[in-house]
Design a binder for this molecule. Sequence first.
Ligand code: BGC
Length: 763
Amino acid sequence: MSWIIEEKGYKKDNVELNGNKFLLGNGYMGYRGTLEEFEKGQLVACNLLGVYDKVGDKWREPVNAPNGFYTGLSCDQTTLGTLNSETPEHSQWLDIKSGLHSRRSVFSAPEGNRIEVESQRFLGLFNVHLMCMKYSIKAANKCNIEIKTGIDGEVWDINGPHLTQLKPRAKGEQLVIDAATGELGCKVSVAESMAFAGEAGVEMNQQIVAEDKKILRKVTFKAQPGQVYTFFKYVSVYTGNDGVEDPSASAEADCLNAKTTGYDELSARNTAEWGKRWKISDVKISGDDTAQLALRYSIYHLLSIAPAHSDKASIPARGLSGQVYKGAIFWDTEMFMLPFFLYTNPDIARNLMRYRVHTLDGARRKAVEYGYRGAYYAWESQDTGDDACTHFNVTDVFTGRPMRTYFRDKQIHISTDVVYGIWQYFSMTGDESILLEGGAEVILECARFLMSYAYFKKDKNRYEILDVTGPDEYHERVNNNAFTNKMVKNTLEVAGKTLKLLKEKHAAVCSELVNRLGYEPELDILNEMNELLYIPQPDGNSLVIEQFDGYHRLEDISLKELKSRIIDPNEYLGGGNGIAATTKILKQADTVLMLNLFKDRYSYEVKKANWEYYEPRTEHGSSLSPCVYALLATDIGNPEWAYKYFLKTATIDLTGESKQYAGTIYIGGTHPAANGGAWMAAILGFAGVSCSGSTGIINPRLPAAWDSLEFNLVLGGQIFGVAIDKSSVTLHSEEGNTADFIFYIAGQPVSCKPEQSISVNYN
Ligand code: BGC
């Protein structure tokens, strides 16, 4: 039960949401949870990772490939489908254990006939180019069935059309659409093959037809009552980014191969691949079915969008659910998704961080654009690392005019987040290659950018970070945002540690790098700024850390009061004219995020005081916010405060309860940062896991509703099973482990020997 997401009955209004909810993905592409008869109008999309295109002066966004699953059906000349037939029975479900999407519909057909359709599909994990589908038809009475199935080249675009020179063609039994993107001429080819399951004695007519941008095969036959007619579709997608000579030839060959292997065998292989991923990543919660399903579903999304096949792309803020947010990579990846991969699949974590190395030059260009040195990473990063974010990123709902926003030019914490991510990866895995292969350069260049951004205040004898926007985007262009300043300090520290490590262990690499970057003159500033950087401190009485200079002078109103001032449900609350900007209401966790990231450096009292102060003032207007409150609540020993925020985070893509518009811009889609946040809240929060170098720490504080929690951790290249119940922690060093590993369970050190189990009471 806890692996299936299902919706019964066809609801027209849910088409858009279900596209997200029933999404399939394999890191290379995402296929929205639409039905086979759907077209562009129902937001069908096969969203490609890392292939971007720009049309005219519209936003650059990721490209959707032609839809190789398109299938239309008619019975006795009447078109059937949820869009135009009476559909007395319908259900759509996702088996998240095997990455299988299914639907079953019964349509009313002419002469009182009833036609039942069942389909199942998956995207290849073992071969990321492959998409396979099985489709069955059963008629209650004798009738003439016509199937039109093939490739639909009319794709859903927000700022398209991106595919030019669309060339549909048939090659023997195979159908192909070749296309190229307009801006860069990147080839996109989709090939499709079909095979009937071969019901005895059926005479079928097949004909290739081209309709608009579709290339289809029309199959007609006389259906006998109760007989099931099944066919399979094998689709392959290749692009000019895949390093193959001829994407079209590769797609053709790939889908013919798949056809030879057959659906059942391919499906079994795929399920086995999913099984491997789940074996490490699954988390079992007993006592709370809602939390169990929601957490697994969150993990499913992370597994489906993880770029296991490439280190040149990372995870966009809306995953692979469409073109929303320009398919761009934000700080969401480093701060909210990376931990899941670090603790369960460090190879993918490495790919995510390598993407930042590949895009370093884009970050350098952005620094130059604003008159700084070093690397200023893109707020919205695509394939080259140049910033896709515009200076007018929100539209005013009242005037219809673009609003000046400062996400792009002032959210400098992005460079600190990248460094935080790389260092986390290095600290947890000990993999120096990340530093040697460009990571150290990224760190030094980010530190250099921050040195050029900072101001030295002679009168105060300190460095300050002025004119920034912190995570709380409602308050733009503020001074000394506590989160940003602390992250800047961390970057400087990491730069210092990186240089020390290189000097000690890789002296030649170190001097080559320092020389090549002309970094020698920066070294003194680095040390001085690290020493003299101003970090906002807890107030002597209240212990509250002011979010930024002057925050305490803002109007202190309740969230309810702020909401009562809203005129249009989609109005943007931040920025110059936004109603939140003059108040203390924050969009998302800011100071509380800082306290969570650096929890070991602040006292229990400070963390508690700030959680209690900022919590009622936080709108959670970003899906990134609730998990942070959950994390800090568990840290201060209050899992019940954390629980509601955990659940809000973990259920976001199931309920679809999230902001769909920012101003007039559609921002719906899946929420990978929240998916990562749900995992963090469970494992780093309720289980209290952390890892410092070669030791693991577990400080359980389960919510009352949970009887136990079971999961795996990959630490130091070894896998450990962890089972926590109300009073004990059981650790199991998995088969194949070769070294002892030290854990601290609620403060008690235990050595976990290879392939052994050990139980410890924690209360
Ligand atoms: C949040 C950002 C986030 C972005 C993408 C915005 O609403 O405020 O922090 O990076 O969405 O998820």
